[in-house]
Structure formats: C-alpha cells, structure tokens
Design a protein around this ligand. Sequence first.
Ligand code: FAD
Length: 541
Amino acid sequence: MLHRTIHLFRKELRLHDNPVLLAALESSEALYPVYILDRAFLTSSMHIGALRWHFLLQSLEDLHKNLGRLGSCLLVIQGEYETILRDHIQKWNITQVTLDAEMEPFYKEMEANIQRLGAELGFEVLSLVAHSLYDTQRILDLNGGSPPLTYKRFLHILSLLGDPEVPVRNLTAEDFQQSDDKTHVRRIWDMRCRAPDPDLAERYRVPLPVDLKISPESLSPWRGGETEGLQRLEQHLTDQGWVTSFTKPRTIPNSLLPSTTGLSPYFSMGCLSVRAFFYRLSNIYAQAKHHSLPPVSLQGQLLWREFFYTVASATPNFTQMAGNPICLQICWYKDAERLHKWKTAQTGFPWIDAIMTQLRQEGWIHHLARHAVACFLTRGHLWISWEEGMKVFEELLLDADYSINAGNWMWLSASAFFHQYTRIFCPVHFGKRTDPQGDYIRKYLPILKNFPSKYIYEPWTASEDEQKQAGCIIGQDYPFPMVNHKEASDHNLQLMKQVREEQHRTAQLTRDDADDPMEVKVKLDRSEENISKRKVARTTE
Ligand code: FAD
C-alpha cells in the first residue's frame, strides 16, 4: 500500500543526500513537504538570535524554491507541532510521517511524541539519520555501550566500523511526478495543494522576517540555503591543492574572509550533507600523492564534529556542568558586568573585542578566534563559566550546535578533553602573529583604525598625544583593558591547577594529549606556504 505522507523537515533543509525524503517519496502516493515553525519549541530548545532566524528563513525559502523546480513546494506551518500534526493528519488523511532523526534530547523527545501520536491516530513513523556521518548508536554499541571519550579511541572505533554510508542520489522532478504507469510507484505532490484549496501554498508560505518581528538590520553577509551552501562547497573543492594540504593549525583566524571552508552554518542547518562532503574529499585525496590526515585535515574536522555528536549523544547533562560526568566541577565566578563587557566587545583588548564584534555582526568566527575569546572568558582571564559563553555563542553563531558548541566550550575551558591548561592565550600577542598590521582589528573596531600598527593590539600604551592623533582617547572612546593579563592569567592558572589536582579522576576521563589538533607540529615547505597564502588571497577577493 502506498502512503499519504507528511515529510517533516527539521534540520535537513536540503534535497541532495536526503535519505528519508527519498524513502518518503518512494513509499507514497501523496506527499506533503512540511516545516513546522514552532517558535516556542525552537526557542525553548536553544537560544536563537536574529542572525540565525534570518539564516533559517533564507534556508526555508531556498528549499521552497528548489522544491518548486521539482514540481512541489514547502509548506511552512506556524504553531505548536503536536497540535498542527494532529490537525493535518486528519485533514489530509495521512498514513505516514517521515522525518530526519536527530540526536539532541529535544528533537528525540519530539520524535517520541510523534511516535506516540502515530500509535494513537494510526499513522506510521519513519526516521533516518542524515545529519552525521554515522548513526552514533552504532559507535556506542561497538564501544561497549558508552561513548569513546578521546579522539584517538574514537578513530579506532570508526576503523572497525568502516566507511560511512554513501550519500543517496539527488532528487529529480520525476520523483515528485505522478506516473500513470501502474508498474511504477506513484509519487505525486498531492493535487489538493493546487486545486481544491489553491490557497494552501500561499497560506503556508515561508514567512518574512518582518512577520516574525525579526530586526531587518541584523543581516549576516552569509546567506542561508542549500543553493548557497553547494556553491561555496564547489568553490572550495576546485582548489584541490588547498584541500589536500589543509592543516587546521595553519589557517588564519584574522584573515578578512574565512581561511577555512566557512561551511559550518550550512552543515549545522543541514543545508549541506556532511556525508556528501566527506566522500568528495575522499575522491580528491584518492587522486593526490599526499594529503593531510586527521586530526588536522579537512576530513579530520568532520570527524571532530562526529566525535562531539557521539559523546553528546550518550553523556547526561552534556550542555551543563552540574551532573555532567565528564566535566570538571569548578566554582566559576558569577559576574554579570564582566560577562556583559565580554559579550558586547568592551574588554579593552582590541583582539578580543574585534572577534566579538565579528561574531555579533556576522555570526561566524574562525576556530582559533573562538579559542581566543573562550579562553579569555573562562580559565584565561575572567574565570566565568563556560556555560555562559556557550549560551552567548548559541545566540550569536549561525552554526550554533548543541553538541559541538558545548563540547568545544568544555575543551577551551579545560573542563574536559583539553589538558594543556598552562597554555593561556595572550590577548595581545595571539592575533599579532598572523596579522601584525591589525587589519582585522581596523575592520571590526573602526574607532581604533588610525592607531599605528605598533599600538593596534594595545592602544593604551600610546601616549596622550598619539591617542589624540589617532582620534581615540583610551578610557573615553575605547575602554582600558578590563584586567591585567599577567596577574589575571597567573591567578587563574593556580585555581585551575588546584581543581585538576582535586578532581584528578574526572580530569583523566577524556585525556589524550595526542588529540590536540593545535599541538600537531607541522613543517611548512615553501609550496605549501604559498597554497595557504593563495587561499586567503582568493577568499579576500
Ligand atoms: P572547517 O575548518 O572548514 O571545518 C569543516 C567542518 O568541520 C566545519 O564546518 C564543522 O562542521 C566541522 N568542524 C570543524 N572544527 C570542528 C571542531 N573543533 N569541532 C567540531 N566540528 C568541527 N562549530 C559548530 O559547527 N557549531 C558550534 O556551535 C561551534 N561552537 C564552538 C565553540 C567553541 C568555543 C569553539 C572553540 C569551537 C566551536 N565550533 C563550533 C567548532 C569550530 O570552531 C567550527 O566548526 C569551525 O570554526 C567552523 O568553521 P569552518 O566551517 O570554516 O570549519
């Protein structure tokens, strides 16, 4: 029997490598592609800032257009998901609901509720994993039911599992068209959407930001959607030399445009398939004489993603300190004023403030820039909980992700995974190494743009006359540093040392010093150096 199906898009907002949508089409005579915009659900699960709302709406609009090209369309229904499903299951005589399987507790709970509804109303539920390379449960099973807690162990388990499943084929208009040939599966986009109720598509159109009262000013230069994501991906993959020599620690945190792929917002919302990217990389590696390896290679980055998904999927209270068995229990300071200064780019350290400004304006910052501001907030200078930083990132990042965000915040605060805690990033020297002229700071903090390069990272050391000449008086137009770097970092180092001695066993749980991708020593030869430079030049055009 062929089904009448609601396909519920949740995170996999794409038509390429979408296994559950393909399965839905193959098993249905009528298919309703639906996105339920349940604002209460979305905002109670994670903080979503204006930039990400825009990105989400752009991604939905793009999905709608791409479905339109195949003879279908996206129905965006606003309201509480259970009420909407209950209502439309009956209205449309639905016999099956298909959806992407996600691993976050709130999405799992949603799926369980839909299963319950299915049992009550008599429809079937089909869900498939498409957001990660593997079904994380398979990794847990192979590791004896618990998550591998180091990257090395994780890679070992993957070597037993073999390659991830290959991506499914792209969908075509044929998949959505009615076939009169009775030997074929009839796959139709229900005529009701066009004929008896022509208003349906219009009634359930993708809302505009103004409909959701989202400020039109908060627009990131990153445009959401599968189309944009695929274009960016293709652009990167054409430079095969760059792909094969990609070495994460060598990428530049303060180039004016991303020195890494910048694909994270697209992976995060499922506009891009991580499996498709993984296999494209495999093909390029297969044709190359040499290529970099995990943890620093591009595939290695995707495996970090997978690593955090796996650990998060089976660690209680993963996004908080209390009740989280792998996380050090630390008495962080509670200081709303200092937190606010960090969040709003008023620390008085131009490197930190420029990064936080880029984050607020664009919703994306480089991995090492994330390192700098996360270390500063937590174990480095302010001794404020990583949970506070995680919440700010959650609100501001386009790529905000439940597992990756929390995992990396634990890492940077040395609460789990990372153990070289004596290495504290200096907010003056870190950025100088790759941008001695301070072009990045000049771009994001224009108030400082007229300072000579020797002062750009520490403008408070300029004389009064020099400050006047630069048109910016420190303490008046731009703040003095909120802490003394040496005093604060020395003090916090002692605190961290004490915590780690007291909680030695927890500290060992996720310890493997070979895991640190930034510690991998790499020799630059001239040609590779040129490749890195070319990449930055290309992206800054
Ligand atoms: P590339 O270097 O081009 O890597 C390709 C892809 O691999 C990325 O798009 C991403 O999906 C994945 N990836 C790369 N680095 C990591 C990593 N360290 N951990 C897990 N996956 C990785 N990434 C998010 O996607 N969402 C988050 O919420 C997030 N929060 C972070 C918070 C902190 C404190 C830190 C230090 C890092 C965080 N990251 C997060 C990880 C990383 O910084 C970003 O994934 C990366 O910078 C995105 O840029 P890219 O796409 O150019 O990465």
